[in-house]
Design a protein around this ligand. Structure first.
Ligand SMILES: Nc1nc2c(ncn2[C@@H]2O[C@H](COP(=O)(O)OP(=O)(O)OP(=O)(O)O)[C@@H](O)[C@H]2O)c(=O)[nH]1
Ligand SMILES: [Mg+2]
Length: 400
């Protein structure tokens, strides 16, 4: 439904990152990005989305940022009625490598608030200008929470300041103070955002009709100043998608070798020694599972190094891992739950019918080892994706 977003990340940075992930060194993957200056992410395209309620002035803001007025050639469509029902992209003529995206308003019959983020795949954008006119409302807070929930950053842009000032001037001409009214509006937005627990994003009170007044010049300057950091953050947040196929490739390569430990487990289980089937399967399974953790770079030692590197407690990285996790107990738990009883049952049949029993016991051990290693490997690969995303998210917070 949507066009894929064009990105031109630094090819060198990307190649080194891919190589490090492929070798199972997440610390190297992140260390390379850490050593780069924000300026080195210059070629990364930043996709800024302008979102907010219908009619709040999103398209007018895009026009003003691009130095255009409504009706100019190439300007976004604006109007009193619902104008934009699909996503539109515009190049920013001032900020290099920035694409501005005009979105339909959130909370219309086509795009209800509850499904808005999903319908428009907001996760694909890097940065948000959340636009609200008039008072701060619950809808703004909900969008802000959703943006934050995706690990993305935003500025809150309070539009149509000229209307508020004009209304105040008419109502109370004697006590009219432009700066006081603008400050009241800023504080109202900041209070509303803070009350919803979305931190303290920057708030700009602007009028797209007067792009040289109020906070509009500051909005431009801030975007310009934050641009290198925002590009670095966007680059970091784009890396999990780059790493995912590499992790899948590593997983596929290891899957191709599972038959070897499974066969060994089968041979051990066929030996008529009580308990050997269980112990053999257990140790083979444990050894290979630990090997997978180490191969993907999510064993205990690598996790501690990674946590130190991004300045997070190791528990935060471990918290995103599945219940399996790289502890010595996990193999025993899994094996007892899923394999142990099967293998022991086969050992009983082996006592009564030696040859048939050995075949059954060996076959059961082979299948059980194969299945559990397959499952364990998939779980380690998924853990790696989650740990890497978490570490990149932590590193990204240092960008701006
Ligand atoms: N006075 C004033 N009016 C504005 C300003 N910005 C937008 N408007 C008006 O508000 C109306 C809606 O503006 P749009 O820019 O189309 O709003 P939108 O959020 O893009 O609307 P949808 O795409 O339909 O959701 C238009 O009539 C604009 O002229 C502003 O800064 N000041
Ligand atoms: Mg619009």
């Amino acid at each position: 439904m949507f066009l894929p977003l064009c990105r031109r990340p630094s090819a060198m940075a990307l190649a080194r990152f891919q190589a490090a992930v492929s070798q199972g060194s997440l610390t190297d993957a992140i260390s390379d990005v850490q050593q780069r200056t924000p300026e080195s992410f210059h070629s990364h395209t930043l996709h800024i989305t302008i979102t907010g309620e219908p009619g709040s002035g999103k398209s007018s803001l895009i026009n003003a940022l691009r130095g255009l007025r409504a009706g100019d050639e190439g300007a976004a469509e604006t109007g009193m009625l619902e104008t934009v029902t699909e996503t539109m992209a515009y190049r920013d003529p001032v900020l290099p490598g920035v694409t501005l995206w005009d979105l339909p308003g959130a909370g219309t019959s086509h795009f209800p608030l509850n499904t808005y983020c999903e319908q428009l795949s907001l996760g694909r954008f890097d940065f948000f200008l959340l636009v609200g006119s008039q008072r701060f409302r619950a809808a703004h807070a909900q969008l802000a929470r959703e943006i934050q929930g995706m690990g993305k950053r935003f500025y809150f842009v309070r539009s149509k300041a000229d209307m508020d000032l004009e209304a105040s001037r008419r109502q109370r001409p004697s006590s009219y103070s432009e700066e006081r009214i603008l400050q009241e509006i800023r504080e109202d937005c900041q209070r509303g955002l803070a009350a919803e627990g979305v931190g303290h994003p920057q708030v700009f009170v602007v009028s797209s009709w007067e792009p040289d007044s109020y906070d509009f010049p500051l909005l431009r300057q801030t975007l310009q100043k934050d641009l290198p950091g925002l590009k670095r953050l966007a680059f970091l947040l784009s890396l999990p998608a780059v790493a995912s196929p590499i992790i899948s490739q590593n997983k596929a390569a290891l899957e191709g070798e599972i038959w070897k430990p499974a066969l060994l487990s089968c041979l051990l289980a066929a030996i008529p020694l009580p308990g050997l089937a269980f112990l053999g399967t257990f140790f083979i399974f444990r050894k290979h599972l630990l090997r997978y953790y180490s191969r993907f770079g999510v064993d205990n030692r690598s996790l501690s190094a990674l946590a130190r590197q991004v300045g997070k407690p190791v528990e935060e990285l471990k918290a995103v891992m599945s219940t399996l996790g790289p502890t010595p107990m996990m193999a025993l738990r899994l094996l007892v739950d899923a394999v142990g009883f099967t293998v022991m049952a086969q050992e009983c049949s082996w006592k009564r019918l030696p040859i048939f029993g050995a075949m059954v016991s060996g076959g059961a051990a082979l299948l059980a080892t194969y299945f559990m290693l397959w499952k364990g490997l998939a779980s380690v690969a998924d853990d790696t994706r989650r740990v890497l995303s978490k570490a990149l998210e932590a590193e990204g917070k240092k960008s701006i």
